[in-house]
Design a protein around this ligand. Sequence first.
Ligand SMILES: [Zn+2]
Length: 246
Amino acid sequence: MKIDTSNTSPNFNERTLPITQLVLHYTGMESGQAALERLCDADAKVSAHYLVHEDGRIAQLVEEKKRAWHAGVGSWRGITDINSSSIGIEIVNGGHNFPNAGGLPPYPDAQINAVIALSKAILQRYDIQPWNVIGHSDLAPERKEDPGEHFPWSSLAAAGLGLWAEFELEPDERVLFELGDRDRGVSIIQQGLGQIGYDIAVTGQFEVKTKAVMIAFQRHWRPNNISGLIDIDCLQRVGALVRLLP
Ligand SMILES: [Zn+2]
């Protein structure tokens, strides 16, 4: 794996936590070059350890031992300073900001293969568990949409990366709960989402925060239907993932 270190970002400082998480992003910009320039611009105050271009080229912008500024405000598994605990990979993709005529712009195979190779190498260097391989939207569901429902988490899973369970081809998507509902069933799914890692309180009330977390969950684990509703399929998927946890 060839890694280009010719561009570096000044946007980093010292970690205060050990590395236990891997966070994947899309750049959400019109081009890889524009993203590279922004990530290396001192005024932008953002960065990532790596940038993966559409053709699979990998650039390292910040040393892994340093705290890159990619995650911002958020929480996963009780950790709120995610920049201190994670490696951040920015993947060049216009995402929701620059859709194609046909929808969200696909991630090319060459790019995903590079993300997989890079992620595998990172996971070998640190004690990063499968449930700590996440997207930006997982740690900040109310602020972020990346890497998006078009990101192929299943391809990463097929390569042995991340928390994943296989599900039925024709899922039962009958809706159980929607915004405003209050029910013990809402508590059950909130509890499961919290066990997976989301920052969510067990209130039994399907409020705006719970809906944002449901959307983040669906983007990652049920990408063909981002309804924000709690349906039978989502309940089953949350249950199946929780059973994979220690
Ligand atoms: Zn991001």
